[in-house]
Design a protein. Structure first.
Length: 247
């Protein structure tokens, strides 16, 4: 039975890999999982994280799970709960962690860091949203710490923004879960290794997202995560397990 599920997982990973858009991959994964018994769905997800699953199609499948909330919304809350319970019973830790809605290790809100940038708060929200779509780089830089998710979404989509600015947003502490989730699901930026690393190392990132991105980190960065006491204990534990797998 496990061999049959392993074959199913491989075919699913190939189908996911063949789709061009992230949203299409999420929809496909969610529908296929929803059609399985909870125990079988748990085994399929676990196959995505198997030590031998390092082919491109499996990496794309794991990337689809970077924000499990997206998949859960397609699978449905009740079916997701049953998959979670099945993963606990089967001892599939990586799967159960993904379905555990842990709060960020640290709570906080985004906001301006410096007095100079803080002057932007005196501009109306509508004006800041307009500026965030514009081309004046100096003003865009001052909005990197803006607390409004739509302002940040506009900035992330702005072609004037480089990886350096995106990393600053992903690294900002404190920050709000909504803003960190925005960048974790942005198809342009989450593809960058520096963004994945910054999100995992940010204690304000929701643990589900950190656990999903942890699989992409290199050995040295996993070591840093495993010993960083600012991070959620489940994230550190998962990093230690990943290190053991790589040995």
């Amino acid at each position: 039975m496990l061999e049959k599920l392993s074959t199913f997982a491989k075919k699913l990973a190939q189908d996911i890999s063949s789709l061009p858009e992230h949203d299409m991959r999420v929809q496909l994964l969610g529908r296929r999982l929803a059609g399985l018994e909870p125990e079988d769905a748990a085994h399929v997800l676990n196959a995505f994280y198997d030590r031998a699953a390092d082919h491109l199609e499996f990496r794309k499948a794991r990337a689809t799970m970077a924000d499990p909330h997206e998949v859960i919304s397609v699978v449905g809350e009740e079916k997701s709960r049953l998959i979670y319970l099945a993963s606990l019973e089967l001892g599939l830790k990586k799967v159960s962690r993904l379905f555990t809605d842990l709060p960020p290790h640290k709570k906080g809100y985004s906001g301006y860091d410096t007095e100079e940038d803080g002057k932007m708060e005196h501009i109306t929200l509508g004006e800041r949203r307009t500026i965030s779509k514009g081309w004046i780089k100096d003003k865009l830089d001052r909005l990197l710490s803006d607390p409004d998710p739509l302002v940040i979404a506009n900035i992330l989509n702005n072609p004037r923004i480089t990886e350096k600015e995106a990393v600053k947003i992903a690294s900002k502490r404190p920050n709000s879960p909504k803003i960190l989730t925005l960048i974790s699901t942005h198809k342009r930026w989450v593809a960058r290794y520096t963004i994945k690393k910054a999100l995992v190392q940010n204690p304000y990132t929701p643990p589900r997202i950190s656990l999903g991105l942890l699989e992409f980190l290199l050995f040295q960065d996993l070591k840093e995560v495993a010993k960083d006491e600012n991070l959620h204990p489940q994230v550190r534990m998962a990093a230690k397990e990943r290190l053991e797998e790589k040995d």
